[in-house]
Design a protein around this ligand. Structure first.
Ligand code: ZN
Length: 92
């Protein structure tokens, strides 16, 4: 006589989604010792704009003479336009 063991059916939840969704990003390689001089960060017009929510703000003043599209260079005490040479001193 052979008795069947009680079929204890364990209902397991569909264990499928237990894997991590995002794999750990590879550590950034530190570029050191390549050059003594620090490479100047490349800047474009995108550096002049900052998007805050839905607002767009400009990091540099616009030349009053040349109009929109001409940003002024940011010096420690003044702004200058490289296009027409217009200089505006910063107000404290
Ligand atoms: Zn100008």
């Amino acid at each position: 006589m052979s008795k069947k063991p009680p079929a204890a059916k364990k209902e397991e939840p569909p264990a499928a989604a237990s894997a991590p969704a995002v794999e750990a990003a590879p550590a950034k390689k530190a570029e050191k010792g390549k050059r003594e001089k620090k490479h100047k960060q490349e800047k474009g017009v995108h550096a002049m704009y900052k998007v805050e929510g839905e607002k767009l703000s400009r990091a540099r003043p616009i030349c009053e003479r040349c109009g929109p599209g001409y940003f002024m260079a940011d010096h420690h005490d003044r702004y200058t336009c490289g296009h027409c040479g217009f200089t505006r001193y910063k107000q404290k």
